[in-house]
Design a protein around this ligand. Structure first.
Ligand code: GAR
Length: 202
C-alpha cells in the first residue's frame, strides 16, 4: 500500500513541487500526496497541486484560535487517511493537539542550520549575522518554533557577494534535495530517535 502524504503550505509551494516530482520519478517510492492544505486563499502552491491533479483544500486560519483551527486541519488529514504530514512553507505553529494527532509523523523544512536562525527571514538573519556557512534543515515537528529532532541538514558556504536572493536560491536547491531524502528515510522507517538525535538504521 502506498504511504499517504499530506502537505501543508502557505505560499509558493516549490518544496511541495519537489516532493511531488520525487514521488513521480521514484526517488520517494511507494508514496502519494493525498491532500494539499493551505491556510491562505490564493496560495500559488495550491494551483501547482491542482495542475498535478492532487486534491487541495483551503482552510483560512484568520481569526481562529490555534487549536480550533488545527482540529479542522487534522480532520481533513484524517479524512484523507494521511500517514505523514509534510510542512512545506507552512507559516504556522502547530498546537499540542495537532502534534499529538501525528506523533513523530510531521516533518518540516527550514532554510537555516537549526538551531540557528529559526522563525522568519532566516537567510537574511544568517547574512546579517555574518555566518560563513548556511544551509537548511529537515526536522520532526513539535509544538515549538522550528524545533524537534533533526533528520537531515545540508550545508553550503556563504559567498562574499551573496545577497539574500542568491543565498536563498542556493539554499532552496538543497531544500528540495534533502526534503525528499528525509521523507524517504522516514517513510521507509530507516531511523530511530534517541533523545534529540535521529540515528539512521540502514
Ligand atoms: C522555504 O524556504 C521553506 O524552507 C521556508 O519557507 C519557504 C517556502 O518555500 N519555511 C520556513 O521558513 C518554515 N519556518 P516554498 O513555498 O517554495 O516551498
Amino acid at each position: 500500500m502506498k504511504k499517504r502524504i499530506g502537505v501543508l503550505l502557505s505560499g509558493r509551494g516549490s518544496n511541495f513541487e519537489a516532493l511531488a516530482e520525487s514521488i513521480a520519478s521514484g526517488r520517494i517510492p511507494n508514496a502519494e500526496i493525498a491532500i494539499v492544505v493551505s491556510n491562505r486563499d490564493g496560495a500559488p502552491g495550491t494551483d501547482r497541486a491542482k495542475a498535478r491533479g492532487i486534491a487541495t483544500r483551503v482552510i483560512p486560519s484568520k481569526g481562529l484560535e490555534r487549536e480550533t483551527y488545527d482540529r479542522e486541519v487534522v480532520a481533513v488529514l484524517n479524512e484523507h487517511k494521511v500517514d505523514l504530514v509534510c510542512l512545506a512553507g507552512y507559516m504556522r505553529l502547530l498546537s499540542p493537539y495537532f502534534v499529538a494527532a501525528f506523533p513523530n509523523r510531521i516533518l518540516n523544512i527550514h532554510p537555516s542550520l537549526l538551531p540557528s536562525f529559526p522563525g522568519l527571514e532566516s537567510q537574511r538573519q544568517a547574512l546579517e549575522y555574518g555566518v560563513q556557512f548556511a544551509g537548511c534543515t529537515v526536522h520532526f515537528v513539535d509544538e515549538n518554533l522550528d524545533a524537534g529532532p533533526i533528520v537531515l541538514q545540508a550545508v553550503l558556504p556563504v559567498n562574499d557577494n551573496d545577497t539574500e536572493d542568491t543565498l536563498s536560491a542556493r539554499i532552496l536547491e538543497q531544500e528540495h534535495r534533502i526534503y525528499s531524502e528525509a521523507v524517504r528515510i522516514v517513510l521507509e522507517d530507516r531511523y530511530k530517535i534517541q533523545g534529540r538525535r535521529v540515528i539512521r538504521t540502514t
